[in-house]
Design a protein around this ligand. Sequence first.
Ligand code: NI
Length: 173
Amino acid sequence: MAIRRILTIDNAADLATLKKISTPVEAVTDEVRALMDDMLETMYDAPGIGLAAVQIGEPVRIIVMDLAREGEEPAPRYFVNPELFDPSEELFVYEEGCLSVPEYFDAVERPARIKVRYLNYQGEPVVEEAEGLFAVCIQHEMDHLEGVLFIDHLSRLRRDRAMAKAKKVRRVA
Ligand code: NI
């Protein structure tokens, strides 16, 4: 396992990669599992609660996530080729952040509940219903697979503000 560099929007080459549409995974092989292991380790190190493969420069349809609270046992989850369906009409607003958009948080409105179909770490098909933080996170990460960032849901003014923040963070770091 290895900690990989997380792409951020302040870097033009990184941003171009983050805008790519990720391609489906053909089969959940040991190589794919090794990538998922790296993604999880990178996410924990950041630290964050969700990460899409494109965020470490691999535009393939894989997401890792761990929504366990502080003090709880780690609960890693892996989503290969995830698809969302049956979104609720009811919406939910959450203050989102993203490891690729350093230190910027803003409110995004999304369906409160949604179903997700995917292959797990073993390559087995799973269908489940997401709500609460899980629903927010899976929709945020699915956006990454389509080259969309959470700030793309915001006004131009707020997107510019996020970019300025990212550039400032980079200068200080
Ligand atoms: Ni993100």
